[in-house]
Ligand binder design. Structure first.
Ligand SMILES: Cc1cc2nc3c(=O)[nH]c(=O)nc-3n(C[C@H](O)[C@H](O)[C@H](O)COP(=O)(O)O)c2cc1C
Length: 201
């Protein structure tokens, strides 16, 4: 009788070879990571999940993540945060995302993975610093070797200035639930179509 092999999943190989569990679609999916104070970014994360579908895991609040390494298998990331720390150079979000991008993302195994950023802000009340946190997130993920995608046209917004806009493009998708909530659904839908192409979903 051929000796069986007990794999780490408790399975017995008939030919003495270790049995490797096949990766499921969920293992391979894109992760949606967000943070929020009053709930707007969380709602948009849900909308993104609805638009992308099974290619994405359910959104997770980074404040609830005990180990970022649990997400290292994701094939890419869609990351969102609001801006609360007006005109700050660092910690612009003012949410747990500030800590996560300084202590956590290195465990996500980001090298070569596509990453897209979205941000929530107020283009009227804080029109000089509209969605400034997008740039900080963008640069942190980029410095970890991620391939940044999901840039959008700056001309579609009515802000005065933003650290997150470069050469006419935002480094992600800004959204304004305070003044332009009626535009959010269409903006998210269009961005998700863009991401399906850029992230090969
Ligand atoms: C005290 C305060 C500071 C804010 N600072 C900014 C800012 O600098 N830039 C910006 O675009 N929005 C700013 N906002 C608007 C919030 O980012 C916006 O309401 C956002 O939708 C909140 O998202 P959340 O519900 O996910 O926390 C600020 C709002 C408040 C009340």
């Amino acid at each position: 009788m051929v000796a069986g092999f007990v794999s780490s999943f408790g399975l017995q190989s008939q030919r003495g070879r270790p049995m490797v569990r096949k990766r499921t679609r969920l293992d391979m999916a894109v992760g949606i990571l967000f943070s929020t104070t009053t709930g707007n970014t969380s709602n948009v994360a849900d909308l993104i999940k609805q638009n992308i579908g099974t290619e994405c895991k359910d959104p997770i609040d980074v404040g609830d993540i005990s180990s970022a390494a649990d997400y290292a298998d994701c094939t890419g990331f869609i990351v969102g945060a609001p801006t609360w720390n007006t005109d700050a150079d660092e910690d612009r979000s003012g949410t747990p995302m500030d800590e996560f991008i300084n202590d956590g993302i290195e465990k996500l195994n980001l090298s070569g993975k596509p990453v897209a950023i979205f941000g929530l802000g107020d283009s009227v009340g804080y029109g000089d610093n509209f969605c400034d946190a997008i740039e900080e997130l963008h640069d942190k993920f980029s410095s970890q070797g991620a391939k940044m995608v999901g840039y959008t046209d700056e001309g579609n917004y009515s802000h005065s200035s933003s650290k997150s806009a470069k050469n006419g493009k935002f480094l992600g998708l800004p959204l304004d639930e305070d003044n332009e909530s009626d535009m959010t659904e269409a903006r998210v839908k269009s961005w998700c179509s863009q991401l399906k192409g850029e992230m090969s979903l």
